[in-house]
Design a protein around this ligand. Structure first.
Ligand code: SF4
Ligand code: SF4
Length: 299
């Protein structure tokens, strides 16, 4: 199975639109994953139908046993997140929203009054789409451990991959922990960028991070005609970095209409759809993907 992640150095480049379009164009026996867990929305463009849901336990949280707390205040004094207060009744209380689960209070309590318990930080979902099954997630507001959640989404999809030929991943923007979790173990990464100075800057950063994990790195320039000069600079930069540019997609209002309608742009008669189809053909060649099937869900 070829594992391909679509990522971007910054948000707003059209990464999910590209992923949804590739999913719709592909005739591979494929399986999908949305690893952009902090803003998961591939399900919207692919009209995912809900299936199996399981809770995600991310960070732990501290719980204080009032029977064992003698109100010394040591935990409250040392918690750098200000999550613990000692009430007028002389008993300490932890506010879960402020607790980062570091465990220091448990270590310093002289009377064993603090325990750490798992906290439900979101949910992992397994849904069906017209283009193959989708592993995705929801992270509760304010919850951390998004890198761990990405790993959970990936583990679910690997366990259910069956005879799939292609794993297509919608990755996160940026270069943080979720990106690293997403690209580790992939065969190829497609960086979607746009012609702006920040797009060029963030392209360099994301290529640098991805390269450390070994996958082949490719690039695609979205809305290239908004600034042909910077698009040309991006292509020069990619050539210098040894990154193949698989194509350019023009600015096209059809993309906005498709996103509004919640469907891939590839279903429209538009210049963006035609350009994306050309990108997919080039990508197939780059990845030596020869699949051309009618059935897209693995057994
Ligand atoms: S350190 Fe232990 S005993 Fe002291 S206030 Fe905190 S929970 Fe209570
Ligand atoms: S686990 Fe860490 S963050 Fe949470 S209350 Fe204890 S010291 Fe504070």
């Amino acid at each position: 199975m070829i594992r391909l992640a679509v990522v971007s150095g910054k948000g707003g480049t059209g990464k999910t639109m590209v992923t949804a379009g590739l999913a719709a164009l592909s005739r591979c026996l494929q399986i999908l994953a949305d690893c952009d867990v902090e803003a998961a929305n591939l399900e919207l463009l692919l009209s995912a139908r809900g299936g199996y849901t399981s809770p995600f336990e991310g960070m732990e949280t501290a719980v204080i046993d009032p029977e064992k707390c003698w109100g010394c205040g040591r935990c409250a004094e040392l918690c750098r997140f200000g999550a613990i207060t000692v009430g007028n009744d002389g008993v300490a209380v932890c506010e879960p929203r402020d607790c980062e689960g570091c465990g220091l209070c448990e270590r310093v309590c002289p009377n064993g009054g603090v325990s750490l318990i798992p906290r439900i930080s979101g949910a992992v979902l397994w849904s069906s789409t017209e283009y193959g099954p989708l592993s995705h997630a929801r992270l509760n507001p304010g919850s951390g451990n998004s890198g761990l959640l990405v790993q959970t989404v990936k583990r679910q999809v690997e366990n259910r991959a069956g005879t799939a030929e292609l794993l297509l991943i919608d990755g996160p923007p940026g270069t943080g922990c979720p990106l690293i979790s997403t690209v580790s173990g992939t065969d190829a990464v497609l960086v979607v960028t746009e012609p702006s100075l920040s797009g060029l800057h963030d392209l360099r950063r994301v290529v640098g991070v991805c390269r450390r994990f070994g996958p082949r790195v490719l690039a695609l320039i979205n809305r290239w005609d908004l600034d042909p000069e910077i698009s040309a600079k991006i292509e020069e930069e990619c050539a210098a970095l040894g990154v193949s540019v698989i194509g350019r997609i023009p600015f096209d209002p059809a993309v906005i209409e498709a996103v509004r309608a919640g469907r891939p742009v590839t279903g429209t008669d538009s210049s963006a759809a035609r350009a994306l189809a050309g990108c997919w053909e080039t990508l197939k060649g780059e990845l030596a993907l020869s699949c051309d099937r009618e059935r897209r869900s693995p057994s």
